[in-house]
Design a protein around this ligand. Structure first.
Ligand code: EPZ
Length: 429
C-alpha cells in the first residue's frame, strides 16, 4: 500500500455547497445492530470510508454476506454462525466492540478481543461490561479475548452509567432489546447517533423509548420477533461541522447539506460567538463571515455539550482569532496532540493539563505536519488552506477513516489541494 500525503496551497477561499455523507459513528453501529435480525437489512446513506470497510470485514468474519451499491449496503445475517471477533480486526478499529451487545443478544455468548487504547486516550470499556453484567452477562478475559456468557439468559435491569458513554449506551441498547423484561438506562448518552440506532432497532421490532434523553427504557422482546429493516443513516454532524469551520475560517459563504442543524446546536452557537453569520434550513446550514474572528471559550462535553470531535477544528479557528481563547477537553485525556502540529505552523498555543490557551496570530505558515487522529487530520488540512505557502499533511490514512472524498469535496469548494504518494523529504512519511 503506497503511503500518501495531502499537499495543499494556502491563502485559498472555501465557498459553495457540499453534501455531507452519512454519519460514521452511526453507520458502524447500525451495521452491528443488523446482527439482531435474521435476513437482509438494507442501510442507506452509508459513507464510503475505511472504518466501514473494517466493520464489513468484522461482519463477514461472523458469516454475514455484505454487498455495497454506492452509499447503500445490504447485510444478509442469515448465514451468521459465529460470535468471535478476533484481535487483528478489533485492533484496527475500536468500534468493533459495538458487535458485543448484538452478539450477546443473538447467541447469548460472544468472544470479542479487548480493544486497546488509541492516540486520544485509554478508551476503557468498564462501563460497557458493568452495564452488561447487570443484564446477566458473565465476562472472563482469556488471553486478551473477552468471553461473554449468559448462563441464566439476559434479564432487564436498571443501569445507571457513571458517565454518558456513547459506546456503553449502544452496547446496552443492543443487548437489552431481547432481555427478559424491562431495562432502564439512566445517564444514557444523548448523541443523535443514539437516536438513529434506537430508530433502527424499533424498525426491526424492538421497543425502545426515550433515546436522545438521559433515560432510555427498553421493553425486551423475543429475539425471533426482530426482523431486518431498511434504514437510512443520519448525516454526519462532525463532517458538517468540519466544513462549516472551513467556511468560517475563509469567510464563505459555505453551505453544508444533508444535515439536521439541531445536531450541531452548540457548535453553531460557538460559530456565532466567534463572529460568523448562520442561516439554517431543514437539512442545510450556511456560514459566512465578514468581521474578524473573535476568541471564545469552549468546554467539550457529552451531547448536547460541545462535541469533542470538533475540538481540533475549533482550536484552529481560535488560533486565527483576534484574542485569546481557552479550550478545555473534558471527554478524552489526551486529545491536544493536534496543538503541537498547529504550533509548527505558527500558532501560539499553551497546554495546561486539559486546558489549551490559544492566542490568535495574524497568519499561519504552511509546513509538513502529521495527522494524529482523524479529526485532527481534518483540521490540519483546513489549516493548510488558510496558511501562507504549502502544507503537506502525512497520516492521510487517519483522515480516510472518517471523511469520504475529503480532498474532492474541498477542491469543489475552491481549495488548491491534491493527494499524492508521500515523499520522505520531510522525514515524516
Ligand atoms: C464515540 O466513542 C465516538 N466513536 C468518538 O468519535 C467520540 O469522540 C465519542 O463517542 C464521544 O462522543 C464512535 O462512535 C465509533 P465514549 P466512544 O464511550 O463510544 C471513557 C471519532 O473521531 N469511557 O462516550 O468510545 C472513554 O475512555 C471518534 O469519530 C470509560 O472510561 O466514546 C472516554 O474518555 C473519536 N469507560 C469517554 O469515556 C467506558 O466503559 C467517552 O467515551 C466507556 C468510555
Amino acid at each position: 500500500m503506497v503511503r500518501e500525503m495531502i499537499v495543499v496551497h494556502g491563502n485559498h477561499h472555501l465557498e459553495g455547497e457540499v453534501r455531507v455523507s452519512g454519519a460514521k459513528n452511526s453507520a458502524l453501529k447500525l451495521m452491528a445492530a443488523s446482527l439482531l435480525g435474521q435476513g437482509c437489512t438494507t442501510l442507506r446513506n452509508v459513507p464510503l470510508i475505511s472504518d466501514i470497510s473494517l466493520m464489513t470485514s468484522v461482519l463477514e468474519r461472523l458469516g454475514a454476506r455484505v454487498t455495497r451499491d454506492g452509499h447503500s449496503m445490504t447485510i444478509d445475517t442469515a448465514p451468521v454462525n459465529a460470535f468471535e471477533t478476533p484481535y487483528e480486526l478489533v485492533s484496527k478499529m475500536r468500534a468493533s466492540i459495538s458487535v458485543l451487545g448484538p452478539l450477546i443478544g443473538r447467541f447469548g455468548e460472544a468472544l470479542v478481543a479487548m480493544p486497546g487504547g488509541c492516540q486520544i486516550g485509554a478508551r476503557k470499556i468498564d462501563m460497557h461490561l458493568l452495564g452488561l453484567e447487570s443484564l446477566g452477562v458473565h465476562f472472563a478475559v482469556e488471553h486478551g479475548i473477552l468471553h461473554a456468557t449468559t448462563p441464566e439468559g439476559l434479564h432487564g435491569a436498571h443501569v445507571t452509567l457513571d458517565f454518558p458513554s456513547v459506546g456503553a449506551t449502544e452496547n446496552l441498547l443492543m443487548a437489552s432489546v431481547v432481555a427478559e423484561g424491562t431495562t432502564v438506562i439512566e445517564n444514557a448518552a444523548r448523541e443523535p447517533e443514539i437516536e438513529d440506532l434506537a430508530s433502527m432497532l424499533n424498525e426491526m421490532g424492538a421497543k425502545v423509548s426515550g433515546a436522545g434523553s438521559s433515560i432510555i427504557e427498553i421493553q425486551g422482546v423475543p429475539l425471533e420477533s426482530l426482523h431486518p429493516c431498511d434504514h437510512a443513516t443520519v448525516g454526519d454532524r462532525i463532517e458538517a461541522g468540519t466544513f462549516l469551520v472551513g467556511g468560517a475560517l475563509t469567510g464563505g459563504p459555505l453551505t453544508v447539506t444533508g444535515i439536521n442543524p439541531a445536531f450541531l446546536h452548540m457548535a453553531l452557537m460557538k460559530l456565532q460567538a466567534m463572529g460568523c453569520s448562520l442561516e439554517c434550513g431543514d437539512d442545510w446550514i450556511r456560514v459566512s463571515r465578514e468581521e474578524p474572528l473573535c476568541p471564545t471559550d469552549i468546554q467539550t462535553l457529552p451531547h448536547p455539550g460541545f462535541p469533542t470531535d470538533l475540538q481540533a477544528q475549533f482550536m484552529l479557528l481560535a488560533a486565527c482569532a483576534e484574542g485569546t481563547s481557552i479550550i478545555t477537553e473534558n471527554v478524552f485525556e489526551n486529545r491536544f496532540m493536534f496543538a503541537a502540529e498547529l504550533v509548527r505552523m505558527g500558532a501560539d498555543i499553551q497546554i495546561e493539563d486539559h486546558h489549551a490557551i490559544v492566542r490568535g496570530v495574524p497568519e499561519l505558515q504552511g509546513a509538513p505536519v502529521s495527522s494524529t487522529d482523524l479529526r485532527a487530520g481534518g483540521a490540519l488540512v483546513l489549516a493548510g488552506i488558510v496558511a501562507e505557502g504549502e502544507t503537506k499533511i502525512y497520516g492521510v490514512e487517519h483522515i480516510d477513516r472518517g471523511y469520504e472524498d475529503y480532498v474532492g469535496k474541498l477542491r469543489s469548494l475552491g481549495a488548491d489541494i491534491r493527494r499524492c504518494p508521500a515523499d520522505d523529504s520531510d522525514g515524516r512519511a
